[in-house]
Design a protein around this ligand. Structure first.
Ligand code: AMP
Length: 209
């Protein structure tokens, strides 16, 4: 399996080539085709398996099918538990999307919200966020999630461990019902298995160890 076999846009193949990746990792090979096709997905995979590209690459490809308008509604949301992960994921979207005319931004708590609000006001296609700050900015009217087409819940088990599950459910309640949902979790505790049943529709299951 090569990246060419995945029928990616030339701009994405070029970006992947710039990264020096030779072949898709197992999770990428398994997840990219169904995500490109618009399916929901549940992925059992830890950080280090290449799971970020497994969702970022097909999301970028799907978003670039429809050109962004002058007013950019946020079309993809990635929810992740920590600032470090949020920054890493944003950086990945920048790297894989560098030849595409899409914009990404990242928001997290513990810092002033001013620059984050300014970035949002300039318009973004992909938002990477931690749950507390996202709910804050939604409540203040700085973020509208009505245009979300794809939602990624990353590290779902860690969200639970860190006590963020209530915040996550609050975010989910703000999303449009019709959307693509991707859930990643290294382990599948009962509460996450139950949540997955309520937020995913006929998901493809991908497991890598
Ligand atoms: P992640 O699990 O998404 O945090 O990725 C772990 C590391 O693997 C990151 O440093 C990526 O740049 C790298 N990586 C992701 N996909 C590939 C690939 N197909 N080939 C080689 N390295 C990769």
């Amino acid at each position: 399996m090569t990246f060419q076999d995945l029928q990616l846009l030339p701009q994405l193949l070029r970006a992947v080539d710039d990264m020096g990746y030779e072949v898709p990792s197992p999770i990428q090979a398994q997840a990219i085709p169904p995500v490109l096709a618009g399916r929901d997905l549940i992925g059992c995979a830890r950080t280090g398996t290449g799971k970020t590209a497994a969702f970022a690459i097909p999301i970028l490809q799907r978003l670039s099918r429809r050109a962004a308008k002058t007013h950019r509604p946020i079309r993809a949301l990635v929810l992740t538990p920590t600032r470090e992960l949020a920054l890493q994921i944003k950086e990945n979207f920048d790297l894989y999307g560098k030849y595409l005319p899409l914009r990404n931004t990242v928001i997290f708590g513990g810092v002033g919200q001013g620059p984050q609000v300014e970035a949002l006001e300039r318009g973004v296609d992909v938002l990477v966020a931690t749950p507390g700050r996202l709910n804050d900015l939604c409540s203040q009217g700085h973020i509208d999630l009505a245009g979300i087409e794809t939602f990624v819940l990353d590290e779902a088990d860690r969200m639970l461990d860190m006590g963020f599950i209530h915040d996550v459910k609050k975010v989910i309640a703000r999303l449009p019902k019709r959307r693509q949902t991707l859930l990643f979790s290294a382990t599948m505790p009962q509460e996450i298995a139950e949540l997955s049943k309520t937020i995913l529709t006929n998901p493809v299951r991908v497991e890598v160890t």
